[in-house]
Design a protein around this ligand. Structure first.
Ligand code: 13P
Length: 340
């Protein structure tokens, strides 16, 4: 492992207030989103959609890295250029999702464990040869009155740390993603408590597995009220709760925190990222950035709907969201940007 290379990669992704575009939906997730819009669920449609994304003009002005899926890292444009090459030419660093998805955790009704450690060392080597410079692994943490369990949190944190150590050994920056999901009627305070405990477990395990914190990217959820909670927290409450939680749990050695969007609307995700940066950017030791999938892609997907004649308008919608989130990193996003 060359530690300096890891640090350089993590810095390069977020330089110039850019962020990450997550476009690593597994085939079933991609098909679920296609089905809602009547888009045919075929390999060619998945390829065409990903081509729309990677060829969007000027994407590299707001996006420093793109997380790909196993199928996508092997695909090419209709003109035969590998997507990895198109991204590199646009100044966007390619990365790869390497987990094999969240499965039921035995003995823990309602909880998940993320799989994919077996054979990971060899897969990381292969992805590195294909041009990936970072990787992603997502743990899913559900919230209820009595979930998550301590053992569920520990199992997921352990898997994240084993993955992160293997990534660093292979020279890839691990994106460490423990996602406390928004589903449920829990309050902001409950989300804060669960996220706090999840992150504490993650950093204990990262340290146990000798992961170098300067060479990771943390991808957490924002601290939010559950989707079904009758009292939805304000922008300021979300910003304060999120930063309070991160300051208590995330060591200053971590270079960057890039939030997932988790099903928030695209505009709310930008507003909240902006509020966090406006109020706290000068007071936190890490870059506060984004690694959104739905909050960047969804408006574009809804315009495209599988139609060649909508590609250009869909690309404009994608670029708009990428620009809004870059502005939010600077604390310069306003809802007025949505009307221009
Ligand atoms: P969302 O931004 O849609 O939550 O996706 C981020 C991601 O990469 C989930 O693993």
């Amino acid at each position: 492992m060359n530690a300096q290379n890891l640090i350089d990669t993590a810095q390069a992704i977020f330089a110039g207030d850019k962020g990450l575009l997550a476009m690593d939906e597994s085939t079933p997730t991609c098909h679920k989103r296609f089905a809602k819009l009547g888009i045919p669920q075929t390999e060619e449609m998945r390829r065409a959609y990903r081509e729309l994304i990677v060829t969007a003009p000027d994407l590299g002005k707001s996006i420093g890295g793109a997380i790909l899926f196993d199928e996508t890292i092997r695909q090419r444009t209709s003109a035969g250029v590998p997507f990895v090459q198109v991204l590199a030419d646009a100044g966007i660093i390619p990365g790869i999702k390497v987990d094999a998805g969240a499965k039921d955790l035995a003995g823990h009704p309602g909880e998940k464990i993320t799989e994919g450690l077996d054979g990971l060392r060899d897969r990381l080597k292969a992805y590195s040869k294909m041009g990936a410079r970072f990787a992603k692994w997502r743990a899913v943490i559900a919230v209820s009155d009595d979930l998550p369990s301590r053992s569920g949190l520990e199992a997921n944190a352990h898997a994240l740390a084993r993955y992160a150590a293997l990534c660093q050994e292979a020279g890839l920056v691990p994106i460490v993603e423990p996602e406390v999901v928004m589903d449920g009627a829990h309050t902001l305070e409950r989300c804060l408590a669960v996220t706090d405990e999840a992150l504490r477990n993650v950093f204990i395990q990262l340290n146990c597995q000798r992961v170098q914190l300067e060479g990771i990217i943390l991808k957490p959820n924002m601290v939010l009220s559950g989707l079904a909670c009758p009292e939805q927290a304000s922008l300021d409450q979300v910003a304060a709760a999120t930063v309070t939680c991160l300051l208590r749990t995330v060591p200053a050695a971590v270079p960057a925190i890039a939030f997932l969007s988790g099903g928030q609307s695209a505009e709310l995700a930008s507003e909240r990222l902006n509020a966090i940066n406006v109020r706290f950017k000068s007071r936190v030791p890490w870059a506060i950035a984004f690694s959104f999938a739905r909050a960047i892609q969804q408006p574009a997907l809804e315009i495209w709907r599988g139609k060649e004649e909508h590609v250009s308008a869909a690309q404009q919608a994608l670029l708009h969201r990428a620009r809004c989130n870059r502005a939010a990193r600077r604390g310069e996003y306003t809802t007025g940007m949505e009307r221009t």
